[in-house]
Ligand binder design. Sequence first.
Ligand SMILES: Nc1ncnc2c1ncn2[C@@H]1O[C@H](COP(=O)(O)OP(=O)(O)OP(=O)(O)O)[C@@H](O)[C@H]1O
Length: 231
Amino acid sequence: MAYSNKPLIKIEDLNYAYPRRGSVLNAVNFALYEGERVVINGDNGAGKTTLLHLIVGLKKAKKGQVFGFGQLCKTEKEFNQLRAKAGLLFQDPDDQLFCPTVLEDVMFGPLNLGFNKQQAIEKSKQTLASLGMQGFESRITHQLSGGEKRMITLACVLVMEPKVLILDEPTNALDEKAKARLLSVLKALPQAMIIISHDKVFSEQLATRQLTLKEGALIDSETTHNTIAVA
Ligand SMILES: Nc1ncnc2c1ncn2[C@@H]1O[C@H](COP(=O)(O)OP(=O)(O)OP(=O)(O)O)[C@@H](O)[C@H]1O
């Protein structure tokens, strides 16, 4: 299929090193285009989460550039603009959930965007239902199971209707039923996405392109035949 030739997200020559650990990313180049679901795999500790955090500006590269929707991002303001359009699902749900109840957590984003309370409730309920999580609205967030928390964090991201989804191991802690539902929800979405996943079957079914992060570099892994409808 023909992709738009303007990347939504582009990184150029990105390098990152941690004190004591040393270099994790070494001149990484990558571009995400409309209509793509790019799955990135790689060994534990390869630097996948680091890469996602650099893309959204939670970490800053010493060398290299991040472009979000055509805009070079250097300042916090520029990364804020990128984050408004690129929703990140954290690897650990506890990093993303901070309200007493599920509904409050999901509503938090829409309220911040300026929706009124009733609109935020409606949007949140619809999103929860689309993930099979109807009935969880008044549950106490910190009492949920790992898999339930994962689905609620997904709702928190999806309710914002971002242009790009950035998902760090979305199937973690999900049982087969929840995983199948997530797969069908993601495949029905028009958004481009970057997904980190160790789950081979899930990746194979979801990805339009698969990459491996190895020794600090992103390399093509396998070709896949999935397609995505461009909105
Ligand atoms: N704050 C930090 N200080 C030092 N080293 C760090 C820090 N954060 C991460 N690392 C190291 O950087 C490397 C890359 O970590 P990262 O979390 O990006 O890997 P990953 O590919 O996402 O791994 P996994 O598949 O296990 O989630 C790892 O060796 C990790 O131990």
